[in-house]
Structure formats: C-alpha cells, structure tokens
Design a protein around this ligand. Structure first.
Ligand code: PMP
Length: 366
C-alpha cells in the first residue's frame, strides 16, 4: 500500500491508492497527520489537488493547493503565523500584546485566530465593501473590527493607512503585510517547499494572483532555490491579475495604470508592495470575472471543490499558462479560500445578475 500518511500527498488518479481493506487505510488515504501540539501546527501542509477538467482540457497536470483547508479557511493563515512569529522573534510582540492590521478580511481572520492561540489581542481594519461572510466571521472569532469606507491607497483614509496610524497611536504592533517580508518568507519556507515535495520537484510553472504578493513572491523565491539546489530548470512564474489592478501592466510593460474593476476580493493592486520587489516574475495574465466564475462554478459542480473568486482567477490563469506551455507540463496554482466566504455574492443570483455575470443552473433553480 502507499506509504503516504501526510495530508500533503498529491491527490490524483496517477497516485497509487492505499489498500482500502488495510486497518490504517483511512488515515493513509486521507492523509491525516500526527496529533498537533496546537492549532498553529495545523496551518500549512495542505493537499495539492489534481484539477481534472483543467488538466484534461490542456493535456497538462494542473494542481491546486487547497489553502481553504487552513484553520482560518484561507492562504492568509500562513502569512499571519509568519508575521506573528517574526514579531515575537524580534521581541516586538510580548504576551498580552496587540497586533493591528489593515486587511480585505482573510489576513484579519488568520491574525485573530493565531493571536487567540498565542494570547495576543488583534485589531482589524477592513474596507466595509468586503463580503458579509468575512465581516461576520471576524466578529464571531472575537476580532476588534473597525470597518472603514473603501478608499484608494493614495487617500489617507485607506484601510492600510488607518491601521498603521492606529498601531502608532496605541503602541501596538503593525503587521504591515504588504511590506513586511516575513509574509513572503513564510511562503518561501512553507508553501514553496510543500509544492516542491508534493510534485517530486516536477513543477514547470506556478501562477497566482496577488494582494500583498506574499504568496507569489515567496513561492517564486522558494521554487527557484529548490530547482537550483536540485539542478532543475527554474519554474516559470506567472502573475494572474483581475481587471482594476495595475500589476498586469507592471509585469508586461512597467506601467501600473489601472482600468476596469472586478468582484474578486483580496487581490489586485495599484502599487508594487514590498513583498513583490526583486522577485522573478516571467509573465502575467489578465483574467475577467466571468471566466473566473466559470471555473468557480465548474469546480464545484463537477469536482466537488468550493473555491472563492481569487482562486477562480488562479485556476483560469493556470489553464492559460498550461495552454501556452503545451501538453505534458505541470502547472501549480493556489486555491486561496472557499466559496462559502462569498456565498452572499458569488452564489447570489441577484448579485450576479446585477453585475451582468452568468448564474449557474442550480442557483437559478434554487
Ligand atoms: N485571495 C484571497 C481571497 C485573499 O484574501 C488574498 C490576500 N488578500 C489573496 C488571494 C492574495 O494573497 P497574497 O496577499 O499572498 O498576495
């Protein structure tokens, strides 16, 4: 039977299945890990799932890292843990201390849960335009939540600046996820290493969208290091960007100009965050909301995978990258969070119609 007792094994038809009759078949098949000393140990180590339709459509192996399985339900648990551990190591965060952050929601959820587990308080500043589900969840887990009107980064009322001032005024630690390199460092050490191990070092390309850029940058740095160590060619790194973001233009022609908009949350930028600086990015693809939602709905309906809008952008981008590479390649992307986090938007026919987006049959009938 297969040896994998780690929940990070690649889930796919080419992977040998454990003997279903063996006494330990269930843990081996389902990748349970050993008992964890605390919740923090459950962050990371996520499965890398074969996306069947995307793979079949392209003749490539397209794999999605199931970040919605982190305790806080998103990829941002990793950044939250890395930022808090770095602040502790630098002696800036002590028992009973407070950490403040401006966030589209997921980082706030991760920071609050890690803070609860470690005995800190969290203050979370968030634009009021973000999904009801993230706002409710933050309140549920006890975050001190400050909702602010959505303002562009150049405006002093922008949530990032509000959070920085709040930290300065109260003497709290400012997480500063956009420019704090502990963010990408967490992904370099964790996410990139896991992807390399889970694919046996066979990654031709990696693509994902950027909020802080911590995921893309950390994975790019880590995969480059690991490929060089193992004498393999560096994987191609492709940034996926929604409309309304300047990063596509930045990668393509060093032009951060912004046009259009997107219903996706947590991704897109009008500036280059510190986490993206000095990182190898080979190309960028622009993905519209309708195309991303097509992936969100298809993955749910045909593969039982519930993902949010940014993950939909990522999967669509992975398909573009696979097509540009041609059959036989392996492309990895990130399934950032789950669809449940956007139930009132992405799965709400009235919202979709108002935005001129397609409504899937089963929602139409509901
Ligand atoms: N998707 C979602 C849903 C997010 O909340 C975020 C973070 N804001 C991202 C993607 C982007 O991750 P990163 O900040 O590492 O670029």
């Amino acid at each position: 039977m297969a040896e994998s007792t780690n929940r990070s094994a690649v889930s796919g038809s080419s992977v040998p299945r454990p003997d279903a009759n063996a006494a330990d078949a269930w843990p081996a098949a389902h990748g349970w890990r050993d008992a964890s000393p605390d919740m923090l140990a459950a962050i990371g180590g996520t499965p890398l799932i074969l996306l069947k339709r995307a793979s079949e459509a392209t003749g490539c192996t397209i794999l999605g890292k199931a970040e919605f399985m982190n305790p806080g339900g998103s990829v941002k648990d990793r950044a939250a843990l890395a930022i808090i551990e770095a602040a502790e190591a630098e002696g800036r965060l002590e028992p009973g201390g407070t950490i403040v952050e401006g966030t589209a929601g997921n980082t706030g959820i991760g920071l609050t849960l890690v803070a609860n587990a470690r005995g800190y308080r969290s203050v979370i500043v968030m634009p009021e335009t973000q999904s009801r589900e993230k706002i409710d969840f933050l309140r549920m887990i006890g975050a001190d939540l400050r909702l602010v009107p959505a303002k562009p980064f150049r405006d002093p009322g922008n949530y990032v600046h509000v959070s920085r001032r709040l930290a300065e005024e109260t003497g709290a630690v400012w997480a500063n996820q956009f420019d704090n390199l502990a963010n990408r460092e967490g992904h370099r050490r964790g996410t990139a290493t896991e992807i390399w191990q889970q694919t046996g070092g066979a990654v031709d390309a990696f693509t994902c969208s950027c909020g802080t850029g911590g995921t893309l940058a950390g994975v790019s740095l880590g995969l480059h290091e690991l490929a060089a160590r193992d004498g393999k060619p560096a994987p191609r790194i492709v940034l996926a960007d929604p409309h309304g973001s300047g990063l596509y233009g930045w990668v393509k022609s060093n032009d951060l100009g912004v046009s259009g908009s997107s219903i996706t949350e947590g991704i897109g930028q009008s500036r280059v965050p510190g986490n993206l600086e000095g990182v190898a990015i080979d190309d960028a693809v622009r993905i519209g909301d309708a195309e991303a939602l097509g992936q969100v709905f298809d993955l749910l309906q045909f593969e039982g995978l519930s993902i949010g809008g940014s993950a939909g952008i990522n999967v669509a981008a992975a398909i573009h990258v696979a097509r540009s590479l041609g059959p036989g390649h392996t492309v990895v992307t990130i399934l950032c969070d789950s669809g449940a986090r956007y139930q009132s938007k992405l799965f709400n026919p009235a919202f979709l119609r108002e935005k001129g987006l397609p409504v899937p049959d089963w929602l139409e009938a509901a």
